[in-house]
Design a protein. Structure first.
Length: 215
């Protein structure tokens, strides 16, 4: 087997100027997770150089959220989730008392971090497109919507769409977090014929549907 699709991350870009494009230098200096992804990318690039018959597609995820629309497949976390969406849904369901927002003094629209949230089904379809279009050498693609949404914007939209409360408190920043992170995904659209189809409303709907079906 000489075809490989790697799940990388937007964290490899670090403190670059948004929107992030695939040709940028990688600057994951503040994020150990992003550094591991950047190292893995470099290893795979070297593998291709050593073996020209080997083909690699590096997919840089932005912020996957949501669940399958059936509500049967989703992200289930024990304790306090590390990812925002299951945290929000568990607070909305009353499983957790309140959401902690890490920092409100970033240079963003409302001081909270801005991220590019992409529906997990769109992400899965991006993998299919990458596999089907995989050619010789190394291909790199951003998988995101190209839209930045702040944490507070996300919470307020979730409350409106689902007609529910999401209590929250502002706490200090987390080490390694950056102010803004969103994609330029035009390369994936141009070369793979892929574009995110789902919006925030679908992400909320499917995430809460999965949460309602879990104990």
């Amino acid at each position: 087997m000489n075809k490989f699709v790697f799940s990388s991350s937007a964290t490899v870009y670090g403190e670059n100027k948004v929107p992030f494009v695939e040709t940028m230098d990688l600057l994951p200096t503040t994020n150990p997770y992003g550094e591991t992804k950047a190292i893995s990318e470099r290893i795979l690039i070297h593998v291709v150089k050593a073996n020209p018959d080997f083909s690699v597609s590096l997919l840089r995820y932005f912020n996957p959220v949501g669940a399958h629309e059936s509500g049967l497949i989703g992200e289930s976390s024990s304790g306090i989730p590390n990812n925002l969406m299951p945290y929000v849904t568990q607070v909305a369901k009353g499983k957790l008392e309140k959401l902690r927002i890490f920092g409100n003094d970033y240079k963003t629209v409302d001081g909270t971090g801005v991220r590019d949230y992409i529906h997990v089904v769109d992400l899965a379809e991006g993998h299919i497109a990458a596999i089907e279009k995989l050619t010789e050498g190394v291909q790199i693609y951003n998988l995101g919507t190209g839209q930045g949404t702040s944490v507070l914007q996300l919470i307020h939209a979730f409350k409106k769409v689902n007609n529910t409360k999401v209590p929250y408190e502002i706490v200090g920043r987390r080490p390694g977090d950056i102010a803004s992170c969103y994609a330029d995904s035009s390369k994936a659209e141009r070369e793979l014929g892929w574009k995110a189809k789902c919006g925030i409303k679908e992400m909320f709907r499917d995430a809460l549907r999965f949460e309602n079906k879990t104990k």
